[in-house]
Design a protein around this ligand. Structure first.
Ligand code: 13P
Ligand code: SF4
Length: 358
């Protein structure tokens, strides 16, 4: 007991140790932090962003020897795929996964692809995979000519897909897929849900032939916690407020909100609002709290409390451990064959910016 007390160090001491190690490692170290990370983690990072911004950073940085990724596993994995061979990617908490990403298992996705392509020709269907997926799923997508997308470029990815093929097979997040389809004017009857537990996704061959958009049945438990009644309640209480929500929310919530957009869209929505504006946000609570703190002259409120427990697994203690064991602890490594095919799908996404504006 005595020893335990002696060993105990408080947050301030951990922060000091982290800062000292950061100084020692200098340019050799790059700490990337997702917007949903705890405040103290974001403050210790070198670069904060959404999943798209951080993957761009991982792809463009050639100098750092060590990239410590403070986010969930699929994000660190994407950074590893996009990084240079001399770079080592680490995640402070290996167990920080994403339940939605786990809803698309490669064997089940491959079985679904076989079923779909037994009804429609492979050449007419484009796989588009959400960044929130593991490397095997991204590799599958690359193998069949598809692209990765995030919530910040889903529409550009869908346009890119539809320019080449008649149909899109999108996974794992049905809500991002449906909300993007709605934005693009795809009719509800042209979108079908692929129930991953049933053969042919629970669809008739007629339905599969008619569908423009096939949506995997995955969802984010953090964003589907927001309900229409939360929007109605907050609207009544703050009629002058702007309500902005993430596209992983259900279409019922999105229809009632004023704006929908990715994490970086939400950040910009707050930045662009005039002083004293009231903004109600439907996304992960750590981002909302930080936006409130960084915008003291704006009234930033949560639509409802919702925390991502996986993002929360990264803390000062395991960040310090990562830095103390730099290059060794919780190293993220994607097998070479999976890496090259998943990189194709990620590169297709990174090229979308050019595509969307050209
Ligand atoms: P972003 O792509 O907006 O960073 O979101 C990632 C995510 O996991 C949202 O739940
Ligand atoms: Fe996954 Fe949802 Fe957490 Fe994002 S918020 S990492 S989609 S569980």
């Amino acid at each position: 007991m005595q020893e335990a007390v002696q060993d105990y160090i408080n947050d301030k001491e951990i922060i000091e140790k982290i800062l000292k190690l950061k100084e020692e490692l200098g340019e050799k170290l790059l700490i990337l932090t997702h917007h949903y990370q705890r405040k103290e983690i974001v403050e210790l990072g070198d670069c904060r962003g959404d999943s798209f911004g951080l993957s761009q950073k991982a792809a463009s940085d050639k100098d750092a020897r060590f990239i410590v990724f403070c986010g969930v596993h699929f994000m660190a994995e994407s950074a590893e795929i996009l990084s240079q061979p001399h770079q080592i990617v680490q995640i402070p908490a290996f167990e920080a996964g994403c339940p939605m990403a786990d809803m698309a298992d490669i064997y089940i996705v491959e079985r679904a692809w076989k079923e779909i392509t037994s009804i429609v020709r492979e050449e007419v269907i484009m796989p588009i995979v959400y960044m929130n997926s593991d490397a095997h799923i991204k590799a599958f997508c690359g193998r069949y000519g598809g692209a990765v997308c995030t919530s910040s470029n889903a529409q550009a990815a869908f346009s890119w897909g539809f320019d080449q093929r008649e149909k899109i097979f999108f996974f794992p997040d049905q809500h991002l897929g449906r909300n993007t389809g709605n934005q693009m004017g795809i009719l509800p009857e042209e979108m079908i849900v692929w129930n991953s537990g049933e053969s042919f996704g629970g669809n008739t061959s007629e339905k599969i032939k008619k569908a423009k958009l096939i949506l995997w049945d995955g969802y984010c438990h953090v964003h589907t916690r927001f309900r229409a009644e939360h929007v109605l309640k907050m609207r009544k209480k703050f009629p002058e407020a702007g309500i902005v929500v993430h596209p992983e929310c259900t279409q019922e919530v999105i229809k009632l909100a004023d704006a929908m957009g990715s994490t970086s869209f939400i950040v910009k929505y707050v930045e662009d609002a005039p002083p004293n504006a009231t903004i109600i946000i439907g996304t992960e609570i750590n981002l909302i709290n930080r936006l409130a703190m960084e915008n003291p002259h704006k009234n930033i409120l949560e639509l409802h409390y919702s925390l991502c427990p996986n993002m929360f697994k990264i803390n000062l203690g395991n960040l310090l451990l990562s830095l103390e064991s730099i290059g060794q602890l919780n190293v993220v490594k994607v097998p070479e064959n999976i890496k090259s095919e998943s990189k194709t799908a990620l590169d297709n996404m990174l090229a979308l910016n050019t595509y969307a504006t050209s």
